[in-house]
Design a protein around this ligand. Structure first.
Ligand code: G3P
Length: 224
């Protein structure tokens, strides 16, 4: 399973890309709306791609097929490597069908059930994004839905890549990997939290203290 960062924040992307642990970035209108509005959308997306060097999903905001296709054409014009993120609605499926026929990669977003995932796959989606946290929020089991979808993909040999999205905690990352998701797209704070373990910090502190003690002892022994 690959890790993507779920953000539009350039500082976060730069920091995590430098660690070499992410292969892509997913954005959405809500994430973009959190960022500085004086930075042009197009420039932000190009900069994100420069920083991460891999997958970048860019979401359309139209809700009709022609509008989505028009937006996708515009995005591809200034950023040819983009994957176009399309909402899981009937008009979105029609847009995915047309874009996939033209070889433009798509990521169908806002998927909450196996039937929606199957439909997106049939329409030609390159990626299907399953929203774990938002299912958990309404007392559905997001990981159980993801497990179902991964199992169906194995049985059927479907080729759309499965993205575990709406990740809210490190356990979601572990369970997504166990389920067999191809990608987990993770917010910055959850990803950083997932790297931490108190035993690592305690262990490092002890290594440094022990080495300092050794150096002090050594210096003392050389003075004798
Ligand atoms: O990738 C989709 C994700 O951004 C949604 O996350 O936390 O808003 O449900 P969340």
């Amino acid at each position: 399973m690959e890790l993507y960062l779920d953000t539009a924040n350039l500082e976060q992307i730069k920091e995590v890309a430098e660690m070499g642990i992410i292969r892509g970035v997913t954005t959405n209108p809500s994430l973009l709306a959190k960022e500085d509005p004086t930075v042009d959308f197009k420039q932000r997306i190009i900069e994100i791609h420069r920083l991460v060097g891999g997958h970048v999903s860019v979401e359309v905001i139209s809700t009709d097929k022609d509008g989505m296709v028009r937006e996708a054409e515009e995005i591809i014009e200034w950023f040819p490597e983009a994957t176009i993120k399309i909402p899981m609605i009937p008009q979105g499926l029609a847009a995915v069908k047309e874009l996939s026929a033209r070889g433009i990669p798509t990521n169908v977003t806002l998927i909450f059930s196996a039937t929606q995932a199957i439909a997106a796959q049939q329409a030609g989606a390159s990626y299907v994004s399953i929203f774990l946290g938002r299912l958990d929020d309404i007392a559905y089991d997001g990981i159980a839905v993801l497990n179902d979808i991964c199992e169906i993909w194995d049985v059927q040999g479907y080729d759309s890549l499965i993205i575990a999205a709406s990740i809210r905690n490190p356990l979601h990352i572990v369970e997504s990997a166990r389920a067999g998701a191809d990608i987990a797209t993770v917010p910055y704070n959850v990803l950083m939290q997932s790297l931490k373990n108190p035993l690592t910090d305690i262990g490092l502190e002890k290594f440094i203290k022990d080495y300092d003690r050794y150096l002090t002892e050594r210096q003392k022994s050389m003075l004798i």
